[in-house]
Each structure stands twice: as structure tokens, then as C-alpha cells.
Design a protein around this ligand. Structure first.
Ligand code: HEM
Length: 157
């Protein structure tokens, strides 16, 4: 399915509005993931380390880094989809992403949880802008990115 200029504009417009606050929004996004799926927590090695549970999640720099990455990559995916009709993460890094997520034990259901959390977080961050069309555009950008990672995961498994 094609990704239209209008869809790209919706993603970029909301991204621009969120950008100044992207770190705290990204963090909310990840806290939401663990609310929906507490079982995803022990997948993150740094949350498993000794004493990892004693440290509040919001002070984990690596967790925040992952949240920001997923957020930024979903946004970039929108631009690439419109320009090329395909998600283009650099070959080597897409391969690495596949391997990392297989190793961490990430399954299809986790991608769904992350998607739900992402959409809910954006809706909460830009309530005045949120429309079914904007939701659809972010959904498509995320789905295509997740599909590209899942394909690599199959090859790496
Ligand atoms: C690591 C992106 C979905 C769990 C990473 C890394 C990136 C990334 C860039 C850094 C490691 C590397 O470069 O190989 C993404 C994107 C996602 C996604 C773009 C969705 C489109 C998920 C999901 C889960 C997850 C659904 C599970 C709930 C992890 C874990 C690591 C990781 C556990 C390793 C962290 C570490 O060892 O420091 N991800 N991820 N990711 N991701 Fe994701």
C-alpha cells in the first residue's frame, strides 16, 4: 500500500510539535509499554542486572535511548515510505536490528504492544491534532518498519 504525501505531512507535523519534548514523550511511551506488557521488562538486559529493579525506570538512560530510537525511526520510516515506497534502514543496521531483537526474545505480540503504546502516547502528546487520518499514517509508518525488522528476525533466527 502506498504512503501518500498527505500521510507523510501528518506524521511530520505531529513530530515537529512533539520534537521539543521528544525525550519525555518517548519515556512516557516506554512506561506505557510496560504498563500494557509488564512481561516485556526482563527482556532489557540492563533491567535484569543486579539491583536493576530498584532503580526507577525513568532513570535508565538506555531505556530512554531505545524509546527515542523507536520514535525517531517510525517518523523517518514515514518519509522513506513516501519517497521510495519502502522502509530503508541501512542494510547492516537492519540486519543487526533483526539479530538484536531475536536475541532479546522479542515476539510479534511485543511489536503490537509497542504499536498500541506509540499511538496512545502520540494521541496524548498532541490531542488537538489527533485525527483518524493521523493515526492511520503513524500506524502505517510503524507497521512497515516493524515488518522490515520482523523479516530480518526470521533470517537471523
Ligand atoms: C534494541 C529499535 C521494537 C526490545 C534496539 C536497538 C534499536 C531498536 C535501534 C539498538 C540495538 C541495535 O542497534 O541492534 C527498535 C525499533 C522497534 C523496536 C525501531 C520497532 C519498530 C522493539 C520491541 C521490543 C524491543 C517490540 C520488545 C518489547 C529491544 C531490546 C533491545 C532492543 C530488549 C536490546 C536492548 C539492549 O540490550 O540494550 N531496538 N526496536 N524492541 N530492542 Fe528494539
Amino acid at each position: 500500500m502506498g504512503f501518500s504525501e498527505a500521510q507523510e505531512e501528518l506524521v511530520l507535523r505531529s513530530w515537529k510539535a512533539m520534537k521539543p519534548d521528544s525525550e519525555s514523550i518517548a519515556l512516557k511511551f516506554f512506561l506505557r509499554i510496560f504498563e500494557i506488557a509488564p512481561a516485556a521488562k526482563p527482556m532489557f538486559p540492563f533491567l535484569r542486572e543486579a539491583g536493576g529493579d530498584d532503580v526507577p525506570l525513568e532513570t535508565h538512560p538506555k531505556l530512554k535511548a531505545h524509546a527515542v530510537t523507536v520514535f525517531v525511526m517510525a517518523c523517518e520510516s514515514a518519509t522513506q515510505l513516501r519517497k521510495t515506497g519502502d522502509v530503508k534502514v541501512r542494510e547492516a543496521s537492519l540486519r543487526r536490528l533483526g539479530a538484536t531483537h531475536v536475541k532479546a526474545g522479542v515476539a510479534d505480540a511485543h511489536f503490537e504492544v509497542v504499536k498500541t503504546a506509540l499511538l496512545e502516547t502520540i494521541e496524548g502528546a498532541v490531542p488537538g491534532m489527533w485525527t483518524p487520518e493521523m493515526k492511520g499514517a503513524w500506524e502505517e509508518a510503524y507497521d512497515q518498519l516493524a515488518a522490515a525488522i520482523k523479516d530480518e528476525m526470521k533470517l537471523a533466527a
